[in-house]
Write a protein that binds this ligand. Structure first.
Ligand SMILES: Cc1cc2nc3c(=O)[nH]c(=O)nc-3n(C[C@H](O)[C@H](O)[C@H](O)COP(=O)(O)OP(=O)(O)OC[C@H]3O[C@@H](n4cnc5c(N)ncnc54)[C@H](O)[C@@H]3O)c2cc1C
Length: 389
């Protein structure tokens, strides 16, 4: 592993793309401009061609078949070098792992390699206007018509939907079955008649997610993943990947890294670092960040969590997203009036990066399960508290 680490480090030193000369989004959740998209796609391809995406995935599908732990070493080095994040987030981190687990041989051979190389982009069609946290109440329909399924429904908050070639799509195939039993899971093509993508704008002014309207869209019958009616089980597995409670991502740095150090540097630059209140707050954040890192280590000790393997990663998703938000909030507080200035304003500090982080931070406390939902799950399944109704 130490050889791998040294190789990755040397490769990044040679190939880090630096700044693109235009504003990049802060994560794959905000990519909505063709220049950003092309630049980030090139970066993922380069990283894949170097062997650093899908490092542990099977060779026969386009992975590199390396030993367990290799991807983590690569990702750590990418994060350390503040390398750009990977574009095909949904494909790499949750569609790909579920296809490997539930897909047919034909599906794996057809879909995995282009996903790793960002030749084909994936999105996730789970949420609907009336079914976010309560996913099982989704209404999109899939009706079998010969060798196809006809899809009708309305999905919302579809990240990367505008660029996607494929969608992991949940739809109801049996309206008469009890809530969870009638749902099926599809690997649906997006660039077909009957699929309309309508962009949504976030409070940062950036795009990224979309509404997707499916009207009489015909997808082939072999787009079904698993069995008809098995959708709920596969959706639950997908959420385990999405929330970090199951390992198997094909890689990519989250682009985060050492956040408290950055806020401390900001305090120094603003000559606020001698203020005892500021120092006290920074120390508190540092303790939280250190505890998070220690917990991430703990989650990798085999057997330690065998009775509730998902509890620690869920706690991690909850606390990390809330820490990110609190830190960005504090950074804006340090900036004072300048926190009211926006990107490209000559008076903006760090080109308004902290303001943007603060607004974007709400995404991670909502997407993949809101903080309230995660607290419910942890309360019920980890602490054994009474169930909510
Ligand atoms: C940036 C971003 C990207 C996203 N990308 C995608 C995507 O690509 N594909 C996709 O399918 N979805 C995506 N989503 C949608 C996301 O999964 C949903 O927003 C999320 O599941 C919450 O659902 P909701 O928005 O319908 O809120 P609701 O479920 O309506 O919840 C509203 C509020 O009520 C609370 N609440 C609801 N039920 C309970 C309960 N039982 N107990 C306590 N509190 C409760 C919630 O915590 C929340 O505060 C994305 C969301 C964001 C923010």
């Amino acid at each position: 592993m130490e050889t791998l680490r040294a190789d990755v480090r040397a490769w990044i030193a040679e190939n880090h793309p630096g700044e693109p000369g235009f504003k990049l989004p802060q994560s794959a959740l905000e990519v909505a401009d063709d220049r950003q998209f092309d630049w980030l796609r090139d970066w993922q391809r380069k990283l894949y061609d170097a062997g650093y995406v899908g490092a542990e995935w099977p060779r026969e599908y386009g992975g590199r078949g390396r030993e367990r732990g290799a991807q983590r070493v690569i990702d750590q080095e990418l994060a350390r070098a503040r390398a750009p994040f990977l574009l095909n987030l949904v494909g790499l981190s949750w569609a790909g792992p579920v296809i490997l687990r539930y897909g047919t041989e034909a599906q794996k051979r057809r879909l995995i390699a282009p996903l790793l190389r960002a030749d084909e982009i994936w999105c996730q069609g789970f949420s609907e206007p009336g079914a976010g946290s309560d996913l099982a109440s989704l209404r999109a329909k899939a009706v079998r018509a010969g060798d196809a399924f006809q899809i009708d429904g309305h999905k919302v908050w579809t990240t990367l939907g505008r660029y996607a070639d494929w969608c992991i799509l949940l739809a109801r195939t049996d309206p008469d079955a009890v809530k969870h039993a009638g749902i099926s899971y599809f690997l649906a093509p997006m660039k077909i008649p009957g699929v309309e993508v309508l962009p949504l704008v976030k409070m940062t002014g950036e795009g990224g997610f979309n509404q997707v309207i499916w009207t009489d869209a015909r997808i082939p019958a072999d787009a079904l993943l698993g069995r008809e009616g098995q959708g709920w089980e596969i959706a639950t597995a997908t959420l385990q990947f999405e929330r970090g409670a199951a390992e198997g991502s094909a890689g990519g740095s989250g682009g985060g890294g050492e956040q408290v150090g950055r806020v401390a540097a900001l305090a120094r630059a603003l000559a606020r670092d001698a203020d005892p209140v500021v120092r006290d707050r920074l120390a508190d954040f540092w303790i939280r960040e250190t505890a998070l890192r220690a917990n991430a280590q703990r989650a990798r000790v085999a057997g330690l969590l065998s009775d509730r393997p998902e509890a620690l990663p869920l706690m991690q998703k909850l606390t990390a997203s809330e820490l990110t938000q609190a830190l960005a909030d504090f950074a804006c507080e340090l900036e004072g009036d300048a926190a009211g200035l926006w990107i490209d304003d000559p008076g903006a500090i760090e080109n308004a990066d902290w303001q943007r982080s603060y607004m974007n931070s709400f995404a991670m406390t909502i997407a993949g399960g809101t903080s309230e939902i995660l607290r419910n799950i942890l309360g019920e399944r980890a602490l054994g508290l009474p169930k909510t109704r």
